[in-house]
Design a protein around this ligand. Structure first.
Ligand code: AMP
Ligand code: GLY
Length: 434
């Protein structure tokens, strides 16, 4: 009997490099029909069809998904998850990849995340939670520095201060209660300062079973040598050469306990669970969870996936990972973020970008677009802070690094910045962190 080949139409929500990477990987599926990105960027404009949509508005997303008759919605960023976009789609019988608002609290509220970690005995930094400045300041005095101050809610990655001194910590507390992060800062979490390399472990989960990806390591600071303010991420690689087998096993065990924790708490979690770890001298400890793919982590994880991503996303959305197995390439992937000068502070946009095609002629190189758009002639220009993710895949870590930087050298736009040391520390080995 002939197999009936049903083509599936997909709507990807988001506009970053992560969403471009999702679109490209979905397009590799033999069963893919039309792919839409909302609002998308210059890359998804070519590899999918961009549609205008307020992705943070659950009702608007449902209406658009019904209008486009898509078979699956894939939610990239955290805000729509926290806003309940997945719940609204499920209520309208539309398949969606991403947890509902209850599961997304694991990212949307640091307090919820810490309570979840404690409840399910997941190793993490000691912490306290405060809703007024005075008790927060008293706690700081009792703990001493170094110490970490975090705005409770979503603050676009900017709500965390790792304070070397008590004065710095006090300023951070005052800033939160002075309203710098709006309501996100009116509850403050204060944490023990952990040390060690950071490492992410992301898993696909249907709420019961998990399918892990390889570890990845991001570079959060804007400047060379991990200096300057935190950003969304300036470069990333996967796998991570400095993780020991023991640490890897410990992280997998923690992630499985977290997935089981959701099931035990009757939270129907279908999507990505992203564990952000610090590899401390006493073993991996959780810094945070995210309820979605990392950006730029997705850009180094998805290219290694040899299985059909669309089938995988559907199976997660249907809550049915039972007999699914994944195949991964043995390659190493390194991605360097090219950003607008001034990022993560103020920056100019509208700069013409050249050289992407030449870079992509190098075998193993893919340039994912983030803050870009195309003009009427198809020429890309900058529209955001993080502009491009120049990604190289090769048989060894050092080759992937070299290839990524060779490609970066071919691309130009006015006032571009990038870190020239992505993966540099890992090349030196674990001692570089001590
Ligand atoms: P988060 O938004 O919670 O991931 O925090 C942003 C960054 O702050 C992390 O990637 C770490 O580099 C740092 N950080 C967060 N929590 C801690 C901690 N308890 N100890 C040391 N560094 C931390
Ligand atoms: N790259 C870090 C994140 O997506 O949260």
């Amino acid at each position: 009997m002939d197999e009936i080949n049903v083509l599936l139409d997909v709507l990807v929500l988001g506009s970053g490099g992560r969403e471009h990477a999702l679109v490209k990987a979905i397009q590799r599926s033999p069963n893919v029909g039309k792919v839409y990105a909302a609002p998308g960027n210059g890359g998804t404009d070519v590899d999918a069809k961009n549609v205008n949509l307020n992705i943070n508005d659950p009702a608007a997303v449902v209406t658009k998904a019904q209008e486009l008759l898509v078979d699956l919605v894939v939610i990239g960023p955290e805000q729509p998850l926290v806003n309940g976009v997945a719940d609204a789609l499920r209520a309208a019988d539309i398949l969606v990849f991403g947890p509902g608002a209850d599961g997304a609290r694991i990212e949307g509220s640091k307090q919820f995340a810490k309570e979840f970690m404690d409840k399910h005995a997941l190793p993490t930094a000691a912490w306290g939670r405060f809703t007024d400045a005075e008790s927060a300041l008293n706690y700081l005095d009792s703990q001493g520095a170094p110490i970490v101050v975090k705005a409770d809610g979503l603050a676009a990655g900017k709500g965390v201060t790792v304070a070397a001194t008590l004065d710095e910590a006090r300023d951070a507390v005052k800033e939160c209660f002075d309203g710098r992060f709006g309501s996100a800062g009116m509850t403050v979490v204060i944490e023990e300062c952990l040390t060690g390399p950071e490492c992410s472990l992301l898993v696909f989960t249907d709420g019961y079973r998990m399918l892990p990806m390889a570890p990845a390591q991001d570079h959060k600071r804007v400047g060379e040598g991990d200096t300057g303010p935190n950003t969304g991420g300036m470069g990333v690689y996967s796998p991570v050469p400095i993780v020991s087998e023991q640490e890897h096993a410990a992280m997998l065990d923690i992630m499985q306990k977290a997935v089981s924790g959701f099931a035990a708490d009757e939270i129907d979690y279908r999507g990505i669970l992203y564990g952000g770890f610090m590899l401390t001298p006493t073993g991996p400890k959780l810094l945070e969870f995210n309820a979605r793919f990392g950006d730029p982590e997705a850009q180094v994880l998805l290219p290694r996936l040899e299985s059909d991503l669309l089938e995988l996303l559907l199976r997660v959305a249907e809550g049915d990972l039972i007999d699914m197995e994944l195949e991964w390439s043995d390659d190493w992937v390194v991605s360097v973020v090219m950003a607008s000068g001034g990022y993560p502070g103020d920056y100019e946009t509208g700069k013409t970008i050249t050289g992407i095609e030449r870079a992509e002629q190098l075998s193993g190189v893919t340039v994912f677009h983030a803050g870009t758009a195309l003009d009427e002639t198809g020429q890309p220009y900058t529209t955001g802070g993080r502009v491009l993710n120049v990604t190289a895949q090769a048989a060894s870590f050092s080759e992937a690094r070299e290839l990524a930087y060779q490609a970066v050298g071919l691309i130009d736009f006015q006032d571009k910045i990038f870190r020239s040391d992505i993966g540099g520390k890992a090349m030196l080995g674990r001692e570089a962190w001590s």
